[in-house]
Design a protein around this ligand. Structure first.
Ligand SMILES: [Zn+2]
Length: 447
């Protein structure tokens, strides 16, 4: 714009005449065009700086699409997701979930920057080994939820957070008391557009009351992925709906003049893989080596978790189970490997909590563990597997002033997102498992 305004002054220069009688007019025109040009540039400067101050503080909207496997963005026309990709920074080969690649452990790792043994949500359900209490996805007692999730960190820094659903967001912790105006109790029947419209309404508040950090959660396309696996047309429709709902969010922010000021981070919690073709392992096939009573098994699949009674040595259980699995006499036995939790590969970060049962079994991609043969139809989708499997990867896009346009970055683990958000908000982070230097490698400097 500035260059155009300067070049447009050229026709006023009287270079085609050489008469001295015109020199004073020439001088006046040159001065006038310089003055107009300068005024134009000043106007541009003030108009751009005034739009940059619509919001008095940085804002992050963290959006999660459950079970959005990396690559789904190419399964259907997704103009809004691609608008974010082209205008922002994308993890080129996807976001790496934490192990186990399940919904609650991963959502809580995203907002705490901690691996599951450190934030306490080691599975979607589990037992407290001391009290015997059971954790379920409806448990809101703060004793379960360790670490400092972003809404708590934001509140501790005297800023406002708002949660439109996120695992753990209803838990009262530290300065966070799930305030009625800014914390929605989970209700899966709330239409997606209502969730977006409520978040947009926060931007109609006086600007100093706009929350600094907002979460937004959608159950799709996880739901469809479980039903039919990741390659069915039902997924394509669900991906299109997620794209449309992102479009509604983008449009609403544009209408309020803040789309380019807000940091929009779009993530999923894990991927999805098909489980068809009878990829099953039955624990009662191991009976010739060891009887495994059902009450020892806290979780079957895809992460097998076993806590035998204190009278039974876990190392003995592991040895007997692996002996049976390696015998060649157990159907798909080679697809399950059982470990004492302290012997699991270190990269899984899955031993340092007494909530994790002492025996953990890992299955190959797409396989499932069941107590016994049922003859049920076993065709669908699942997640929870080793996070090294590419099918478990999900999406990361960051869009907004601190994210370079069109930039591609290598895949990274979702525990890095906590530091990314605290850096954008310029607030004090709680100790976490993310790298302190990660935000500098991803974010543009703040202006
Ligand atoms: Zn999930």
């Amino acid at each position: 714009m500035g260059e155009e305004s300067w070049s447009s002054s050229k026709p006023f220069l009287p270079h085609q005449r050489s008469s001295n009688s015109c020199s004073s007019w020439r001088f006046i025109l040159v001065i006038a065009s310089m003055f107009l040009g300068a005024a134009f540039l000043l106007a541009l400067y003030f108009s751009s700086s005034s739009s940059a101050t619509l919001l008095p503080h940085p804002v992050v909207i963290l959006v999660s699409s459950d079970g959005f496997r990396f690559g789904y963005q190419h399964k259907a026309p997704t103009p809004n997701i691609h608008r974010l990709i082209h205008g922002g920074t994308e993890a080129l080969t996807g976001l790496i979930p934490v192990f186990p690649t399940l919904t609650f452990p991963n959502h809580y790792s995203i907002v705490t920057g901690l691996y599951p043994p450190h934030h306490g949500i080691i599975n979607n359900f589990f037992y407290d080994p001391i009290t015997g209490d059971k954790f379920t996805m409806a448990s809101h007692h703060p004793k379960w939820w360790l670490g400092h999730p972003l809404w708590e960190t934001v509140a501790a820094n005297n800023l406002t957070a708002a949660t439109y659903f996120w695992p753990g967001s209803e838990v009262h912790k530290g300065p966070w008391a799930c305030p009625k105006a800014f914390c929605q109790p989970y209700n899966s029947s709330v239409p997606f557009q209502d969730r977006v419209d409520t978040v947009l309404s926060y931007f109609d508040l006086p600007t100093d009351q706009v929350p600094s950090f907002i979460t937004l959660y959608f159950e799709d396309p996880d739901h469809q992925g479980h039903l039919v696996g990741p390659d069915d047309s039902l997924i394509t429709d669900a991906v299109s709906r997620i794209d449309a709902i992102l479009g509604r969010l983008i449009l609403g922010l544009e209408q309020r003049g803040v789309f380019h000021e807000v940091h929009l981070i779009f993530v999923g919690d894990h991927g999805m893989v098909g489980t068809c073709d009878k990829k099953l392992i039955f624990l009662d096939d191991l009976a010739p080596w060891l009887d495994i009573p059902e009450d020892w098994v806290h979780y079957y699949t895809p992460i097998l978790a076993i806590r035998p009674p204190p009278s039974v040595d876990p190392a003995h259980v592991v040895a007997k189970m692996n002996q049976g699995l390696d015998s060649g006499k157990v159907e798909n036995g080679g697809k399950l490997r059982v470990f004492l939790k302290q012997d699991l590969p270190e990269r899984l970060h899955y031993s340092d909590s007494d909530r994790i049962p002492p025996i953990i079994g890992l299955v190959d991609e797409g396989y499932k563990v069941e107590p016994t043969r049922t003859g049920n139809n076993e065709c669908g989708g699942a997640h929870g597997y080793d996070n090294a499997f590419f099918s478990m990867r999900t999406i990361f896009i960051g869009h907004g002033p601190r994210f370079a346009k069109g930039r591609k970055i290598p895949s990274f683990e979702n525990v890095q997102i906590y530091n990314l958000v605290t850096s954008i908000l310029n607030i004090q982070a709680a100790p976490n498992n993310g790298s302190a230097s990660f935000p500098d490698s991803v974010l543009l400097p703040s202006s």
